[in-house]
Design a protein around this ligand. Structure first.
Ligand code: P6P
Length: 321
C-alpha cells in the first residue's frame, strides 16, 4: 500500500477474503475422515463428476466471503454451472471479479493426498455501479491482475502472484495467520522433473510422445537423468515444479482433444503465476494467457513449467526436434 498510495485497497481486501475462506476450508480438510464430510455429496457437477461434500463446503466458503466483502462484483466457480453476480450496491461498485476452483483434486480427498484451491482475479470491464456481466468472466488470462492457489498439504500454503512477483505464505496454525515463507519465488529455468499421466501415453499426439520419450532418455550427458513425478493433484504437481523446476503436462488425447483441465480457473491462474516466476505455459501452440475464452468451463491442453524444458517441448511441436 505504501508503494501505491492511490490504491483503494480493494485488491488487498480481496486477497484477505480469500485467505479467510482458505483458513476455514483448511480446518475441514485437516479433519476430513473424522467427521462425516468425506465421501460423495451425491450430486453431479457440471464437469459430470461426483461432487464430494468438501467440494460443496469449500465452494460455499469462497462464494460467501467474496459476496460479503467489498472487492468482488461476482464469481465463476468450477462447482457452479454459471457465474454468480453479487447484485447489491456495494458489490456493483467493486472493481474485481474472481474465478476459482474451490477444491481441485477432490478425487484425492478420500486417500489423503494434498489438494488445493486455485483462483484468478480480473478487473471488471463492465460499467461500475451496475451488476457484473458475462464478459467480465470471459477475459483472456493476460488480463488477470493477480492469481494464486492454496495447497492443503503437509503445511497449508497460500501462493499468489501480482505483476510485481510471486510470494508464498505458510499458515501458522498457532496464530491463524499466513506468514511470508517464500518471498519472490522464481521457477528454475532448468528442471529434471516431468509430470504427466503415462496411462494416456498412446493417446497423445506425436510431438508429446517424442518429448516424453526424450525425457526418459535423459542422462548425465544431456541435463538428466530426469525423474517422473505425478501426484494427480494439479496444485501439488505444479507447486513442486514451480519451486524445484520441472514440466507438467495435461495434453489432449484422442478421446479428449482439449484435455481435461479448465482454462478459466485452473490453467490461466497457473499460467499467470509461472510467467511472473520466469516460466512458460502453453496449450502446445500458443500462450495460455493469450487464449480468448468463449465459455466459462472450456477445457484446454496444458503444458507448464521451466523455460528450458518448455522450449525443448516446443521444438517437438514445431517439428524441429
Ligand atoms: P488424471 C484432479 O481431478 C485434476 O483435475 C487435476 O488436479 C489433476 O492434475 C488431474 O485432474 C489428474 O487427472 O486424468 O491424470 O487422473
Amino acid at each position: 500500500m505504501r508503494a501505491f498510495p492511490q490504491a483503494t485497497g480493494q485488491l488487498s481486501g480481496l486477497l484477505r477474503d480469500i485467505g479467510l475462506a482458505a483458513k476455514r476450508v483448511n480446518v475441514e480438510v485437516n479433519k476430513a475422515g473424522l467427521v462425516d464430510i468425506l465421501g460423495d455429496a451425491g450430486d453431479i457437477n457440471i464437469q459430470d463428476e461426483e461432487v464430494k461434500k468438501l467440494d460443496v463446503y469449500a465452494n460455499s466458503q469462497f462464494v460467501g466471503v467474496l459476496r460479503h466483502g467489498i472487492s468482488c462484483a461476482g464469481i465463476g466457480s468450477e462447482e457452479l454451472d454459471d457465474i454468480v453476480v453479487f447484485d447489491d450496491e456495494v458489490s456493483n461498485n467493486s472493481k474485481y471479479v474472481c474465478l476459482f476452483d474451490p477444491l481441485d483434486g477432490s478425487s484425492n480427498i478420500d486417500v489423503n493426498v494434498s489438494i488445493g484451491t486455485i483462483f484468478g482475479i480480473y478487473r471488471r470491464v463492465s460499467e461500475s455501479g451496475k451488476p457484473a456481466t458475462r464478459e467480465d468472466f470471459l477475459q483472456a488470462g493476460n488480463r488477470q491482475v493477480a492469481a494464486g492457489y492454496i495447497i492443503y498439504g503437509s503445511s497449508t500454503m497460500l501462493v499468489y502472484a501480482t505483476r510485481r512477483g510471486v510470494n508464498g505464505f505458510t499458515l501458522d496454525q498457532s496464530i491463524g495467520e499466513f506468514c511470508l515463507s517464500n518471498p519472490n519465488i522464481q521457477c528454475p529455468p532448468l528442471g529434471k522433473i516431468y509430470s504427466v499421466n503415462h496411462g494416456n501415453f498412446f493417446q497423445y499426439q506425436e510431438p508429446v510422445k517424442k518429448y516424453i520419450t526424450a525425457c526418459q532418455k535423459k542422462d548425465k550427458t544431456n541435463g538428466g537423468p530426469y525423474t517422473q513425478r505425478y501426484i494427480g493433484s494439479m496444485v501439488s504437481d505444479v507447486h513442486r515444479n514451480l519451486i524445484k523446476g520441472g514440466i507438467f503436462m495435461y495434453p489432449g488425447t484422442i478421446d479428449k482433444p482439449n484435455g481435461k483441465l479448465r482454462l478459466q480457473y485452473e490453467c490461466n491462474p497457473f499460467a499467470f503465476i509461472i510467467e511472473i516466476a520466469g516460466g512458460v505455459a502453453t496449450d502446445g501452440k500458443q500462450r495460455i494467457l493469450d487464449i480468448k475464452p468463449t465459455a466459462l468451463h472450456q477445457r484446454t491442453p496444458f503444458f507448464i513449467g521451466s523455460k528450458s524444458m518448455m522450449e525443448e517441448l516446443d521444438g517437438y511441436w514445431k517439428g524441429e526436434a
